[in-house]
Design a protein around this ligand. Sequence first.
Ligand code: MN
Length: 232
Amino acid sequence: MTFTFEPEAVVGVPVVGSPDLYPVRRIYCVGRNYAAHAREMGGDPDREPPFFFCKPTDAIVVVPDGGSVDVRYPSLTTNLQHEIELVVAIGKAGADIPVASADEHVFGYGVGLDMTRRDLQFTMRDKGRPWEIGKAFDASAPIGPLRTAADFGPVAAQAIWVQVDGVDRQRSDVSQLIWSIPEVIANLSTYFTLKPGDLIYSGTPEGVGRVERGQTMRGGIDGLGTIGVRMV
Ligand code: MN
């Protein structure tokens, strides 16, 4: 079969210790999954059910472990913000996945940034409109290489942090997630059939803030390495 034009290539994320790339199918993101961040967004930090939004796969920017890439400052915003997040990579399909077996569906984990045009997101939010223009823009999902679940081990209380030009902005640990990774997988899989290649950006801790042209973010999660992104 041929196509009317050459299709876009599948987006691949490197896997530590493997020559093969992880092929990205969908990108899901969880909103407000750390209590202190829910508060700073003006929300209720109680365990209201998780909610989700999506980014396109070509929002991915692969960052080498420990390295840094340049990303163009996006259009139509004056309030670009960083959200450092634990990213879960799905490795086995499922719908209505029980919490108890959710870990079986995890291929691995990575460090990601859910870059956000906060001004556009809030304009849309306040009008009850979708968040796409605030969240799903080009190069809005930088990510480092994935570690397999076996390599990483259990999600426990690994530190998660991001600095801008060497100054701490966000620092927490992944035990502070309101909805654990198995709970997120279970809930998300009631709405969508999860398939291998699906990435889930699991939410960001408190301390989100602006990043300007010329500034460099460096973020990491213990056991998953670090990524650097300079806005240009
Ligand atoms: Mn986020």
